[in-house]
Ligand binder design. Sequence first.
Ligand code: DLL
Length: 433
Amino acid sequence: MIWNEEFETLPREAIASLQAKRLQQTAERVYATVPFYQKQFDKAGFKPDQIKSLDDLKRIPFTLKQDMRDNYPYGLFAKPLDEIVRIHASSGTTGKPTVVGYTRRDIDNWTEMMARSFVAAGASRGDIIHNAYGYGLFTGGLGAHYGAEAIGASVIPMSGGNSKKQLMIMQDFGSTVLTCTPSYSLYLAEIAAEEGIDIRKLKLRVGILGAEPWTEKLRDEIQEKVGIKAIDIYGLSEILGPGVGIECIEAQNGLHIWEDHFIPEIIDPNTGDILPDGEQGELVISTITKEGIPMLRYRTRDITRIIAEPCICGRTHRRLARMCGRTDDMLIIRGVNVFPSQIESVLMDIEGVEPHYVLIVNRDGNLDTLEVQVEVNEQTFSDEVKVLQSLSRTIEKEIKDLLGISCRIRLVEPKTIARSEGKAQRVIDNRPK
Ligand code: DLL
């Protein structure tokens, strides 16, 4: 099923010409209304009316998270506040949040994109959507909520937290679709088991999971433990919130990015050079319909690649491969680049190991050290020391083989690593900045 047949299956040439037209309109608008963009264009030495084709996009300078911080809170808004009907913010790890504003039309477009996303993930009218993304400044809760209503499904606005109650509602109300972070879906499965509920036997059919990096292996684990089809959904507040891209249930391979609203590019994060389709690098997104806070060439810091090949589902919008992490989550350990997702893949391949881990980085003298704390299941934990030692050695060796770095493995008891109701924290970096 496709929500908006006309736009989701537009021929590629039609997408390109729509993008060029909308890009030019956006550039004209931000030049006229946002001093930051005016300066950016002037610095680059050209005027928005010189944007004639998509090829001219590369002349526009990048916009960075720092630019949002420098213009806190409303400096990048392209509309006066009396046209802004909603404000969201992302907390960020340091300092002030990043603030975004939506006009009425922005909310309508977001709702449309989330409606497309739900349908792509196999949801429809008649579904009972259990929305456990947080409601509040975070975009997940309300973003998913509006889209779910738009397709005519019944939404349960659970928000995060209170996991036992979540399970009771799920059971009693007959929830069929779960929306939350991948890590929280596993946590719910764990609480269900403690409560003596077989979560696999509930009516849940699909999970629309995102807001944090996860691996293909974790997907297998979730599908198995929660008994659902797990669909990856991507988004970020600076650009929209959830629904920038989603996997279709037919292929479960790559996230269609709604190209009538966004233009994706992949760049080399070190040089800023644009990379061809298929090559991995940092995702840069330009919004071409947003009114409240349009973003031109926003550097997302998310690492992915563009899949340009047509998809079996019939949608013509290109796909982004599963995000493999963020440039700022990449750990450099003794000169080696390490993404937490690489370690996750290793761990998930090993028998007896649970999908709960944390990476702890320290500096010992001049040397970076990495400790991988990972939970093992009950049975393994009660095994003899010999067995545990051998398991540690296996993990250490697999990581060394894959990444070329030595690390210390600490196997911990089940349920000792902190669970999260939202985004999981997988890295603790204690090195001096
Ligand atoms: O996480 C929006 C969202 C809500 C997306 C619900 C999906 C579902 P922020 O809090 O601004 O917005 O965080 C955005 O989260 O730049 C990525 O680094 C990460 N992220 C989001 N979705 C995925 C995903 C929401 N599917 C940041 N895979 C982004 C990997 C993801 N990382």
